[in-house]
Design a protein around this ligand. Structure first.
Ligand code: HEM
Ligand code: HEM
Length: 149
């Protein structure tokens, strides 16, 4: 089950990134044209993808080898000294949590018709999430582009 959820967590990254790009384009154009549809749907699917990734991530952090167990076995100080364990135990979680909170706030703005505010929240969320993904080219923490590759 752990592997299956990890694959889903990996794949949902692409759903989130693509929907974020769509939401950014839609929210910037909706600013001048409040009647334009689409954004409400996009913001809801993006929110659902982000929240699903969040609960899988919380499960991985507690049940897997790269979260709570790292801190339990090595102590927080040692985890912070090592770039790879710090990434998994702290940075990935913190960055993604902020990104997901912004996506959640932005959805609220869209619901209340404030696409202008949502657009910037989406841009910041995209940048933070891009910086927190364990891209294959990142040394020590690189993970596959697609599930199980
Ligand atoms: C740790 C897990 C989760 C947390 C902390 C969380 C938190 C939240 C928060 C704070 C809101 C915003 C409420 C508002 O402002 O109206 C929300 C809304 C929502 N969440 Fe989650 N959520 C979690 C998991 C999930 C999951 C697993 C799903 C679905 C697969 C989900 C789907 C939704 C939906 C559909 C909404 C309402 C969207 C709307 O109509 O605006 N959430 N959640
Ligand atoms: C936008 C949200 C997120 C994205 C895009 C994302 C993306 C990813 C990716 C691409 C991987 C590598 C998957 C693989 O090896 O195939 C990963 C692993 C992981 N993520 Fe996330 N993540 C997100 C949120 C979170 C959150 C909120 C948590 C913790 C609460 C979390 C915890 C983890 C953990 C512990 C792993 C490693 C699991 C293992 O290898 O045992 N993630 N994440």
């Amino acid at each position: 089950m752990y592997t299956g959820l990890l694959h889903l967590h990996n794949l949902l990254r692409w759903v989130i990134l693509i929907l974020l790009l769509v939401a950014i384009v839609q929210s910037f154009s909706a600013k001048n044209n409040p009647g334009s549809g689409g954004l409400k749907k996009t913001s809801l699917w993006l929110l659902i993808a982000a929240h699903t990734t969040l609960i899988i991530g919380i499960y991985q952090w507690f049940a897997g080898e790269l979260g709570f167990k790292l801190i339990q076995q090595n102590g927080f100080g040692e985890v912070m000294k090592n770039a790879a364990s710090r990434f998994w135990a702290v940075e990935h979680l913190t960055g993604m949590l902020i990104g997901i909170v912004l996506i959640t706030i932005a959805r609220g703005k869209v619901k209340r018709g404030n696409a202008g505010a949502a657009s910037w929240l989406y841009v910041v969320a995209l940048l933070i999430i891009l910086a927190s993904v364990p891209w294959p080219f990142r040394t020590g923490i690189g993970r596959p582009w697609f599930p199980g590759m």
